[in-house]
Design a binder for this molecule. Structure first.
Ligand code: NAD
Length: 288
């Protein structure tokens, strides 16, 4: 049977460390702040935000939720972001996605100052990550890499297969694994022979958002399986992309849903916010 990687447990340890870092920053006169902007009142968005607020407050980050009606225009939202870009109280700005149809996600993401883009979605941060520079990393991929690191799983020389190629999960996850010297294969909705490829993975990242997409026979014995998916099954229960019980019999390590990637994602957002705050200290330090 596989060892379960508890994202909940690792997130707890990481948050304890971050709480210490926030304390130190406060002593130096910097109180990390995060603002989340929500347009509309989607219950799913509100529930994600609640988790982000809890993690922020737990480690001592100043948190603010700014809400606007569903009817908000793109121009109005861009103006709000512009003012937060200039506001020194908030080191991190996150606009909760998805946005209503009248607002372009691309325009919104590009408006956020890359120095405050704690979600790591801005093309500047994605480009910096791609070229191996210091960057805010997308939280879900960063959380995956952190779990692997803490478990002592070194991607170097391994075959990593990423199922999913979204800009916020699949693509950056593959790039971070490449940076750690894995040989990376991407699979997506047009991949014809998915099982043949996933069966070759030493590290398998399932990020398609399809319940039971990966079953026991799709996994190489001894593989490390990271389940990113968040789906509702027919009983309304939260489940991943991987058939958990079958995977437990084949894999060497497996992340559960819930309690795996989710808590780590939220913790990496808090970590990015702390880093953004620390960066302002470095800037002022070099000026004096
Ligand atoms: P997305 O819908 O933007 O992308 C899904 C990707 O999966 C696409 O690239 C698509 O090509 C691929 N795909 C779809 N069906 C496939 C199939 N049958 N075979 C192979 N590939 C297929 O989703 P996303 O934003 O990347 O999120 C993926 C999943 O991860 C979702 O379930 C989402 O809820 C979850 N998620 C979890 C967290 C977390 O913190 N735990 C964070 C972000 C996303």
């Amino acid at each position: 049977t596989a060892e379960i990687i508890s994202g909940t447990e690792i997130a707890k340890q990481t948050r304890a460390r971050l709480a210490e870092e926030v304390k130190e920053l406060k002593e130096k006169g910097v109180h990390p702040g995060l603002v989340i902007i929500l347009v509309g009142d989607s219950p799913a968005s509100l529930s994600y935000i609640k988790g982000k607020q809890k993690a922020s407050e737990e480690i001592g980050v100043h948190f603010k939720l700014e809400r606007f009606p569903e009817s908000m225009t793109e121009e109005e939202l861009l103006k709000v972001i512009g003012s937060y870009n200039e506001n020194p109280v908030f080191h991190g700005i996150l606009v909760q996605l998805p946005l209503p149809a009248q607002i372009s996600e691309t325009a919104v993401i590009e408006k956020i100052s890359p120095e405050k883009d704690v979600d790591g979605f801005h093309p500047v941060n994605l480009g910096r990550m791609l070229t191996g520079q210091k960057a805010f990393l997308s939280c879900t991929p960063a959380g995956i890499l952190e779990m692997l690191r803490i478990k002592g799983i070194d991607p170097s020389g391994k075959h990593a297969v990423v199922v999913g190629r979204s800009n916020i999960v699949g693509k950056p996850a593959g790039q971070l694994l490449l940076r750690e010297n894995a040989t990376v294969t991407y699979c997506h909705s047009k991949t014809g022979n998915l099982s043949e490829i996933t069966k070759q993975a030493d590290i398998l990242i399932a990020a398609a958002g399809k319940e039971n997409l990966i079953t026991g026979k799709d996994i190489k014995p001894g593989a490390v399986v990271i389940d990113v998916g968040m789906n509702r099954n027919s009983q309304g229960k939260l489940c991943g992309d991987v058939a958990f019980d079958e995977a437990m019999e084949v894999a060497s390590f497996l992340t559960p849903v819930p309690g795996g990637v989710g808590p780590m994602t939220i913790t990496m957002l808090a970590q990015n916010t702390v880093e953004a705050a620390r960066n302002t200290l470095l800037e002022t330090g070099s000026q004096s």
